[in-house]
Design a protein around this ligand. Structure first.
Ligand code: CFM
Ligand code: HCA
Length: 539
């Protein structure tokens, strides 16, 4: 009897079967060396859910910075796609050099036409910068390159240097052409390198009157998540210097080297910055999870352990107790209605891990989880980093080497104490998705539409959490489906209150009477794979 994975892939040609099999594992804790193939190019012809390098750079990391004008140099479609869909929210800063400035709702594009592709688009880019300056007078501008820009060789860096001289502002040029690298993750890396080189460290704000200075890295304020996390952190007594990059401010990011601790939420998109900040400025980083009641409480306790301050620890416990008390009744109500159900989680590079805790709070078990573009360390933990072979990204993206900044480097905690702390909290450490996943659950890299359908037919989950490109497939199969990238129109889902928003939305999805009007294909057509009960029993 074939196992579930072999059965699901059996319609593939032999070569594709072999390739895809390496990207799928069934969690088995008896087997300590479960490895997975990741960060490789998608098999041509397969309908992947991945995005491109430009999406990772402009759409994900750079775009949420509110007090900059982000100009996309390329055809209008690239700008339009990245306009507002990600739901990264922002409000203008109340003080500082960019107070009152928020350009997040706008979509700036050079709108390249065929003639620009033939004769070059630099003139149009210069004109776009001039127009942006006249209309908005921003303190900083970003330029993101799309595919044709790289192909025709427009020099966006030269245009940026010239504009800096002309207008006396900072202009950051990102060579994040969509085709570069494997996926969005290449774009994260390009964006991060530039922040380290040209932004962080440029600020000189003094935080010596503040205690517990932190940065939040890899949190993009989708549906207001960062706001909900900050609400709780502020209540405990933390001072957030900068968030990268949700509700982000270029002025704040310039001062990010002043923090005592960096919190790393999305390891995939930001681990480079965390590592480089430690090398350059001595700031340790802590792996956090703001999603899920237990996970968030644990993160708050880990932070208190790091700072080792009696008052802060007491305040942490008091705030956790207060927040839990406020949601107690709803947790109980939704747990009763949702528990015992099963879910598929399929998102970009970190949520499929983070959301497992939130689902389990309400008694929902994750039976399949996958990432679009994570790297092996996101699955297997950071200890595999030295063994990861060079990939397509390595050829295209600069591997930045940073050095100690003698002027700004600080020993925040003695090396001995740091080693002690590493034994109790995840300092500079990420153990990855596999170790935390339920036994027997399926873990998939770069899940595609064909596999989505097949695994739904075999495992029949009660819920499917994913992105816009595949939720409808699941819905038409009669499975409740919800977008976990943009949260559809809802959120925040982070923190204590966010957990209840998530449960309420999921509950609505599960109990809506509309399911009565959908007939799952397996009720009317023969199964494309064998007998479900038999398959599940044999695994
Ligand atoms: Fe990190 Fe993200 Fe994600 Fe991501 Fe994304 Fe996103 Fe995502 Mo969409 S940075 S890896 S590139 S948590 S945009 S906010 S939801 S795929 S799981
Ligand atoms: C991106 C952005 C995206 C897309 C989501 C989706 C997001 O990768 O370009 O496919 O529904 O979160 O908005 O991941």
């Amino acid at each position: 009897m074939k196992n579930i994975v072999d059965k699901a892939l059996e319609k593939y040609p032999a070569k594709t079967f072999k390739q895809r099999k390496k990207h799928i594992i069934v969690k088995d804790s008896e087997n300590e060396s479960q490895d997975i193939a990741a960060n490789t190019r998608t098999v041509p012809g397969i309908i992947t859910n991945r995005g491109c390098c430009y999406a990772g750079c402009k759409g994900v990391v750079v775009g949420p910075i509110k007090d900059m004008v982000h100009i996309v140099h390329g055809p209008i479609g690239c700008s339009y796609y990245a306009w507002g869909t990600r739901r990264n929210k922002a409000t203008a800063e109340k003080e500082g050099d960019t107070a009152g400035e928020n350009f997040i709702e706008y979509c700036f594009s050079t709108d390249m036409q065929e003639s620009d592709i033939v004769f070059g688009g630099e003139k149009k880019l210069k004109l776009a910068i001039k127009e942006a300056m006249e209309l908005f007078n921003p303190k900083a501008i970003s330029i993101s390159a799309t595919c044709p820009v790289g192909l025709i060789g427009d020099d966006i860096n030269a245009v940026a240097v010239q504009a800096e001289k002309e207008y006396g502002i900072q202009v950051l040029a990102f060579n994040c052409e969509g085709y570069k690298g494997v996926s969005q993750s290449a774009g994260h890396h390009i964006a991060n390198n530039k922040f380290i080189k040209d932004v962080i460290g440029k600020g000189n704000k003094d935080f010596s009157d503040k205690k517990f200075n932190i940065n939040i890295l890899g949190e993009y304020n989708i549906g207001g998540d960062a706001w909900e996390v900050e609400r709780v952190l502020n209540k405990i007594g933390y001072n957030v210097i900068a968030t990268l990059t949700g509700d982000g401010s270029i002025e704040r990011i310039k001062n990010a080297h002043k923090a005592d601790l960096n919190l790393v939420q999305c390891h995939r998109s930001i681990n480079y910055i965390a590592e480089m900040l430690e090398e350059k400025y001595g700031t340790p980083w802590l792996k956090t999870n703001f999603i899920g009641i237990d996970a968030f409480s644990q993160t708050l306790r880990d932070m208190a352990i790091f700072f080792d301050d009696e008052e802060l620890t007491a305040r942490t416990e008091a705030v956790i107790a207060e927040e839990l008390e406020a949601i107690e009744g709803e947790v109980e109500y939704y747990s009763e209605r949702l528990s015992g159900r099963t879910a598929f989680l399929y998102v970009g590079g970190s949520r499929s891990h983070h959301y497992q805790n939130l689902l389990s709070t309400f008694g929902v078990e994750t039976i399949l989880s996958g990432y679009e573009f994570a790297h092996r360390d996101d699955y297997e933990g950071r200890e595999v980093i030295p063994f990861i072979k060079p990939d397509a990204d390595s050829k295209n993206i600069e591997e930045l080497k940073v050095q100690k900044d003698e002027k700004n480097y600080r020993v925040i905690i003695s090396p001995e104490k740091l080693e002690e702390l590493k034994k109790v909290i995840p300092l500079n450490e990420y153990k990855g998705l596999i170790k935390d996943s339920p036994e027997g659950s399926i873990i998939i890299d770069d899940l595609n539409h064909y596999e989505t359908e097949t695994f739904i037919k075999i495992l029949k989950p009660d819920m499917f959490f994913s992105g816009i490109k595949d939720v409808f497939v699941a819905k038409k199969m009669g499975v409740m489906a919800k977008q976990l990238h943009s949260y559809d129109y809802s959120g925040p889902y982070a923190g204590f209150r966010g957990a209840i928003n998530f449960a309420r939305d999921t509950d609505m999805g599960v109990y809506t009477p509309s399911w009565k009007y959908v007939t799952a294909p397996w009720k009317t057509e023969p199964m494309i794979v064998g007998n479900v009960e038999e398959e599940v029993a044999s695994c």
